[in-house]
Design a protein around this ligand. Structure first.
Ligand code: FAD
Length: 209
């Protein structure tokens, strides 16, 4: 669970300075619109990013381009992501409003038409991305100094550590956490994913063998 939510569950509660530091840690939320389409394919890309400020969504994905087994023949699925704060207008929109918002873009670009949309599903998640603002590091250190004194606690993962780690890092943290329990000693979880080199870069087979 998000580190900030976890702190509110502790009994006895953390000291005021820790609560205050945690209250200043901010998260970015996400709104997802999933569409199933009566269309063989939209594009050949797994993801497309839209940095343009005049486009309301930030990324689209077509899962069939990871694996053809993701959809039956003649159909595809398309996934639209909005990176947002819970105070943004998109957070309070319903499914039809979000669909109305995005369709003009996809129709204009020739991606698909409204008639090709079979079903739409809307999903909203808070606390998806930790916000690294100018004060987060100091606040996080205050929280961690307190939590690290709890000898029977291991907190890990993206929301758990307030760190923008990827899925591989989260899995590795889980493996290391198991070792901590089995071996009865602590490892520094922050060394995971801290390397300068981004490991998705370059041919993976050369790195693994
Ligand atoms: C759209 C999208 C695409 C991504 N693509 C990639 C990718 O291609 N490659 C990659 O490496 N990473 C990708 N990521 C990032 C990856 O998903 C995360 O880094 C990873 O899921 C983090 O794993 P985690 O276990 O730390 O946290 P999570 O997967 O967020 O797991 C946290 C769990 O805690 C649960 N939880 C929350 N609150 C509570 C509570 N109060 N009580 C009990 N349980 C609770 C949640 O339901 C959730 O199951 C993507 C993320 C998103 C959103």
């Amino acid at each position: 669970m998000p580190l900030t939510a976890f702190l509110t569950l502790l009994d006895p509660p953390p000291p005021p300075e820790v609560k205050q530091a945690a209250a200043g840690l901010k998260w970015r939320a996400q709104v997802y619109l999933f569409l199933t389409l009566d269309k063989e394919s939209v594009t050949k890309d797994n993801w497309i990013y839209f940095p343009n400020k005049d486009i309301p969504f930030g990324r689209t994905s077509e899962m069939k381009n990871f694996s053809a087994d993701m959809c039956p023949p003649g159909k595809t699925s398309f996934f639209v992501e909005f990176f947002a704060f819970e105070s943004d207008a998109i957070w309070s929109m319903d499914k039809d409003q979000v669909l109305d918002l995005v369709m003009p873009y996809f129709e204009q670009w020739g991606f698909f038409t409204r008639a090709e949309v079979r079903q739409a599903y809307l999903w909203k998640r808070p606390c998806v991305y930790p916000v690294y603002d100018m004060d987060y590091d100091k606040r996080l250190s205050t929280v961690r100094e307190y939590l690290d004194r709890l000898s029977n606690l291991i907190y890990l993962g993206r929301p758990g550590r307030f760190r923008y780690t990827n899925q591989d890092h989260s899995l590795e943290m889980g493996i290391v956490a198991s070792r901590m329990i089995l071996e009865g000693r602590k490892y520094d979880l922050d060394t995971i994913g801290s390397e300068n080199e981004y490991f998705e870069k370059g041919p993976i087979y050369e790195k693994r063998i």
